[in-house]
Write a protein that binds this ligand. Structure first.
Ligand code: HBI
Ligand code: FE
Length: 288
């Protein structure tokens, strides 16, 4: 009787990496991948940015099986020089940044259970590999990720990680991008989520505001529900260029500036859509 789920070894070396041990995934786990993959690929054409769909294709991802990092890394190496490394779960911030700064993406090896199909706390292999990895095949976005890792290592020294984490959250995880065909998704937290893939573009509740680095760094975020605001970039080039700077002076300026709640609209915001806030209000009432 094969176990339902393969065991993810806890042992790991200093950089927290482990073997993916791809052969030990069970049919049940490959089938959970299939179900998640097919569900998202039924939604994402027309909602995800083209570079994401291109990445899925050039990296040879398919519904048939959990990607084998050995194959994935051969393709990635030839495209942008990035590698995916398996980790047991979230790793300490300094380890995470060290990996990104060296073009290694730490991906959870485990896959969620069927009972967690719609939401799980920690990033599993579907969130990390389906959500994050395809855009690492894009030269500009992957350069942004590398720069973010280097910036993260510097931020550790200044104890401003809570501010920099907002940049990761509102771009890498929940970012939207303006295209000739309209708004599209590039954030992995949305790309790997069935319901938020629709909500982020079509619901009247959230605000959608043009990307502004300092404003974004002042803005709190929610980790337990749909976002109340989405920041919209014009291009990956813009994202890279506007963040490829010494954050020191920005961190200094932030000291004296107010912090914003996720749904706030503030002076100077370039608002694309002003939300009703109805979704968050209804959730608040439910939980009251
Ligand atoms: N570890 N494996 C993993 N994956 C993440 O996305 C991750 C992490 N550690 C820390 C972290 N993300 C965030 O706190 C970053 O903002 C640093
Ligand atoms: Fe993530």
């Amino acid at each position: 009787m094969t176990p339902e789920h393969s065991l993810t070894p806890k042992s790991s070396c200093a950089d927290y990496t482990i073997e993916q041990a791809w052969e030990t995934y069970t049919n049940e786990e490959h089938d959970i991948w299939r179900q998640l993959y097919e569900r998202q690929m039924a939604l994402l054409p027309g909602r995800a940015v083209d570079e994401f769909l291109h990445g899925v294709e050039v990296l040879g991802m398919s519904p048939d099986q959990i990607p084998d990092f050995r194959d994935l890394n051969k393709r990635l190496a030839g495209l942008t020089g990035w590698q995916v490394v398996a980790v047991p779960d979230l790793v300490p911030d300094d380890v995470f940044f060290e990996h990104l700064a060296n073009k290694r993406f730490p991906a959870g090896r485990f896959i969620r259970r069927r009972s967690q199909l719609d939401y799980l706390e920690e990033p599993d292999i579907f969130h990390d590999v389906f959500g994050h990895v395809p855009l690492l095949a894009d030269p500009v976005f992957s350069a942004y990720m590398e720069a973010y890792g280097k910036g993260g290592l510097r931020a550790l020294g200044r104890n401003v990680l809570n501010k920099l984490a907002r940049l990761y959250w509102y771009t890498v995880e929940f970012g939207l991008i303006e295209t000739d065909a309209g708004l599209r998704i590039y954030g992995a937290g949305i790309l790997s989520s069935k319901s938020e893939s629709v909500f982020c573009l079509e619901d009247v509740s959230p605000n959608r505001i043009r990307f502004d680095l300092q404003r974004l760094l002042q803005t709190h975020y929610r980790i337990d529900d749909f976002q109340e605001v989405y920041f919209v970039i014009d291009s990956f080039q813009q994202l890279f260029e506007e963040t490829y700077q010494d954050f020191g002076p920005i961190y200094d300026r932030l000291e004296g500036l107010p912090e914003h709640k996720p749904f706030d609209i503030v002076e100077g915001d370039n608002v694309i859509t002003r939300g009703t806030g109805a979704y968050a209000a209804a959730r608040l009432k439910e939980s009251a």
